[in-house]
Design a protein around this ligand. Structure first.
Ligand SMILES: Cc1cc2nc3c(=O)[nH]c(=O)nc-3n(C[C@H](O)[C@H](O)[C@H](O)COP(=O)(O)O)c2cc1C
Length: 84
């Protein structure tokens, strides 16, 4: 993914997919189970700027906090107030 990014190609991992279908499509040997697919593509024009080169990023810039009220059944703690 870093190599793709380095040449301007977007890359994103996904783990929600049919392991059986991917195993068939890739003709994986018996007993092999694909665990992760890396999607590659050209970023759309006008999309978010690459992270690299943006000064003073913290983990808060790279994460999205979803309040528990929007996640029924979730009992998530509040995010820490200070940066580690
Ligand atoms: C280990 C891992 C597994 C992921 N699995 C999925 C997935 O199954 N489906 C999905 O939509 N995004 C998944 N994501 C998130 C995507 O890679 C991607 O970050 C997300 O779709 C947001 O893309 P965007 O920032 O370009 O909008 C996963 C991320 C990680 C780190």
């Amino acid at each position: 993914m870093l190599a793709a990014h380095a040449i301007g190609i977007g890359a994103g991992p996904v783990t929600s997919f049919s392991r059986a279908a991917v195993a068939v499509a890739l003709r994986l040997p018996e007993g092999w189970v694909p665990e992760l697919v890396v999607c590659l593509g050209h970023p759309r024009p006008g999309g978010p700027a690459p992270i690299r080169g943006q000064p003073h990023l913290t983990w808060r810039d790279l994460t999205t906090w979803v309040p528990p009220a929007r996640c029924p059944g979730a009992d998530a703690p509040e995010p820490p107030q200070s940066d580690p």
